[in-house]
Design a protein around this ligand. Sequence first.
Ligand code: 0O2
Length: 209
Amino acid sequence: MEDEIRHATSYMTYYRCALMEIEAKLRALNEQFATLEDYNPIETIKTRLKTPESIAEKMERRGLPFDFALVEREIKDIAGVRVICPFISDIYTIAERLLMREDIKLLERRDYIREPKKNGYRSLHLIVQVPIYLTEGKRMMCVEIQLRTIAMDFWASLDHRLSYKKEMDLAITQQLHEELIACSNESSKLDERMEAVRNAIDKRRKVRN
Ligand code: 0O2
């Protein structure tokens, strides 16, 4: 048992290091934009590690035993980074710049912005591998990066809140899910309109300069 706890603690430390690596690269990118273009394409960066309970629950859902080697192979979102951007184009710019790096390997890309989920969920998901450097050498770790606008993040928190209200009347839950689909459509239009306004402002600024 003691061995298993030590093993689990090391694993979580590896994932924490991977989160720090990705966060540092994202902050460096934002810093470059701020210096060269006087603009911050990243509003906020949030990181989280899945709890052991949540990992165990996911393994159970998949009908798999809780074994560390298996967990590492099967669950790619133990380490998660959420990047909140002002505009949709920022999401793609940041993703592209990050993936240009030689030390980041893309394993999977899911574009829920171009193809939103049926419930209205929108975000760009990247599963990447990043090296971490330990006393015993280099180790590649998986990290899930979710990139979304402020509006998409606002929507996702509300959707998450609803998904935890299991005791609510089914008809009301259904009605709220439908309302959330409508909210997602509205916020998608708002994202596009706001970006068009930003582009118009930038164009005028460039003409004047
Ligand atoms: P948490 O609390 O963020 O850890 P799976 O990971 O197997 O359940 P899949 O298909 O492998 O699902 O990955 P997917 O669909 O890319 O989703 C992974 C994560 O994206 C979720 O992690 C959520 O954080 C977020 N997400 C995906 N769909 C939705 C959605 O409809 N609403 C909201 N609010 N978030 C979503 P977890 O582990 O479910 O949650």
